[in-house]
Design a protein around this ligand. Structure first.
Ligand code: HEM
Length: 493
């Protein structure tokens, strides 16, 4: 009897291996770190504190040329860090789709633009693109100014009082701005609201912990973990708050819109919610009520941490490099010519400041590694990357590759001088990703970040007590410096 069960098990095991033969053939053709244990592969490498996972990934991929292979659990993963190969993968939605792990974000974002895949994504992306276009930018830039000035005022308490974590203030301000811009509601005094920015951050933390711990990929095991309970509590509270604001605002917006055909005729600053209502009314077949809600939650969750983190790193870098900070200030003063408010037109002229933001995002990209799944086998160099395997796009690696950057480990804004950009591979710098899944809000973010940095620098001098090297020793590769985003500020005389 036992022998029969054993024989059946061996036969099933053999069938399983046979069904995966294309994965094994591809893996033999690719270089990569030894993965001697069956099922677990290189998975052991990632059994470490959450703060070390990204460093571990860099360490094991560093010695091998691109593309290279990893076995993460039973999953074959091709790691790509060459700009030509990144371009091939990122430009096409035929071969790859967003990784299956993005479904872990669905409890918060539903099937919004970030998590959607396939033809539905294409339709929705086209529909929503105007939300971040020039017409909207023109009107929301006044909101950017308003919240940048509020932030400057809040920072007053920190003047001359030693080091503080600037990310905390940036998060709070980004949250208030997001609720105002997305939902037309500036009243964030509700004590429940105040918890949401922390919840959004914790949700991302749980997400990355789940992605890097392969047994938590199973829905069943995840439900048994403490993370699940915590996630449910946070998601419920956050969506309740957002839904409450939206349901209070919607009747008001609909009343305003009665008789008007275009949003700019109804209010000088149309909120994203108002434009969404307009889109919804114009395209009832393409945008369902559920999708409408999911997109709002998605914009809410994607707009805060991304900009705050890029801003915090830029401020730290400027605080470490006083000569560069002075150059940014000089450009700002020339553009403003005695005025105190940074406008949309000014933002377009702040070229050197943009070089600094880019350089901070090069060193510390918000998305250092982007996962994809292979939907259709395709050739990459001499290897066929098989359907059913996964890909990791090594954005962090290409951002620090000495083949593309003169001073890869330094903060050197001249990397973004026009002549440097012209000579460089376009896929060597990918802070907003690229191709059909690139960030929808790139321009929007640049304008907002420039207005915030401009308003801060007019008022304060920034200092950061670290060197880049000492700070990097304390980061978990881009996501956050473990000690906090510490800066000091002083009034400019
Ligand atoms: C400095 C600021 C930002 C950075 C660096 C950034 C970065 C990114 C990156 C790397 C992706 C691609 C993710 C992937 O492929 O897995 C992405 C996608 C996305 N971002 Fe951003 N983002 C920023 C700001 C924003 C803001 C302000 C919003 C919304 C208001 C936003 C909304 C989105 C959405 C909806 C997507 C999915 C687009 C799609 O798949 O079609 N992002 N972002």
């Amino acid at each position: 009897m036992l022998a029969a069960i054993g024989a059946i098990m061996v036969f099933l095991w053999f069938l399983w291996l046979l069904s995966r033969r294309k994965l094994y053939i591809a893996s033999w053709q690719l270089p990569g770190p030894p993965a001697l244990l069956p099922i677990i592969g290189n998975g052991f490498t990632f059994m470490c504190p959450a703060t070390d996972v990204l460093k571990q990934l860099l360490k094991i991929t560093e010695p091998y040329p691109s593309p290279l292979r990893l076995w993460i659990g039973p999953r074959l993963v091709t790691f790509i860090k060459d700009p030509d190969q990144l371009q091939k993968v990122m430009q096409s939605s035929k071969y790859t789709v967003k990784s299956d792990v993005y479904r872990f974000l669905e409890p918060f974002m539903g099937k919004g633009l970030f998590t959607l895949t396939g033809p539905r994504h294409k339709v929705q992306r086209k529909l929503l693109q105007p939300l971040f276009g020039p017409r909207v930018l023109e009107s929301v830039s006044a909101m950017f100014q308003k919240h940048a000035l509020n932030l400057v005022q809040t920072l007053e308490d920190q003047v001359g009082s030693g080091c503080f974590d600037v990310l905390h203030s940036l998060h709070q301000s980004a949250f208030e701005a997001t609720v105002d811009i997305l939902l037309e509601n500036a009243n964030t005094d509700n004590p429940d609201y105040k918890l949401i920015p922390g919840y959004v951050r914790r949700f991302y933390h749980i997400f990355s912990q789940r992605v890097s711990t392969f047994w938590l990929h199973s829905g069943l095991l995840y439900r048994l973990s403490a993370y699940y309970k915590e996630q449910q509590m946070m998601v419920e509270l956050a969506s309740k708050c957002i839904e409450e604001v939206a349901s209070q605002q919607l009747p008001e917006i609909l009343k305003r819109k009665e008789g008007a055909t275009k949003c700019c005729q109804t209010r000088s600053t149309p909120s994203v919610l108002e434009i969404m209502v307009e889109l919804f009314k114009e395209n009832p077949a393409s945008l369902t009520e559920e999708e409408f809600k999911d997109h709002m939650m998605t914009f809410f969750a994607t707009s805060q941490d991304t900009q705050s983190s890029a801003l915090a790193f830029t401020l730290m870098m400027l605080g470490m490099h006083k000569d560069i900070q002075n150059k940014v200030l000089q450009e700002l003063q020339e553009v403003l010519d005695g005025r105190q408010l940074v406008t949309l037109e000014d933002a377009a002229k702040l070229k050197y400041m943009e070089m600094c933001i880019n350089e901070a995002m090069r060193l510390f990209p918000v998305g250092p590694f982007l996962p994809r799944d292979v939907a259709q086998s395709f050739k990459l160099g001499n290897t066929t990357i098989p359907e059913g395997s996964s890909i990791i796009l090594g954005i962090f690696n290409v951002h620090r590759d000495p083949n593309h950057w003169q001073k890869p480990e330094e903060f050197y804004p001249e990397h973004f001088a026009e002549e440097e950009i012209a000579q460089r591979h376009p896929y060597a710098f990918l802070p907003f990703s690229a191709g059909p899944r690139r960030c929808i809000a790139q321009q929007y973010s640049y304008v907002n970040m420039k207005i915030i940095i401009g308003q801060i620098l007019i008022k304060y001098e920034i200092n950061c007590p670290f060197t880049l090297r000492s700070m990097e020793l304390m980061t978990d590769v881009s996501i956050r410096p473990i000690a906090g985003y510490l800066v000091q500020i002083f009034n400019r005389c």
